[in-house]
Design a protein around this ligand. Sequence first.
Ligand code: SF4
Ligand code: SF4
Length: 61
Amino acid sequence: MCRMQCVCVENCPMDCLKIEDAKFHGDIQTIAYMADPNHCIGCGICAKVCPIRAIVMKGVN
Ligand code: SF4
Ligand code: SF4
């Protein structure tokens, strides 16, 4: 589950990912989401840098 350490957003070479306030309560304050899937090149950097493995790339080890 995404927990607001925004290294995926900072490292995306295509600027696909954005941060927004979560729409639910609890300890999660922010979530990352795919804002521009048409420009995603499938590099997998976002999945590699996420410290809690919140992003899973299908077909990428
Ligand atoms: S997906 Fe991972 S790297 Fe991206 S904001 Fe969430 S916790 Fe951070
Ligand atoms: S796979 Fe690459 S291009 Fe696509 S969102 Fe992740 S870092 Fe950005």
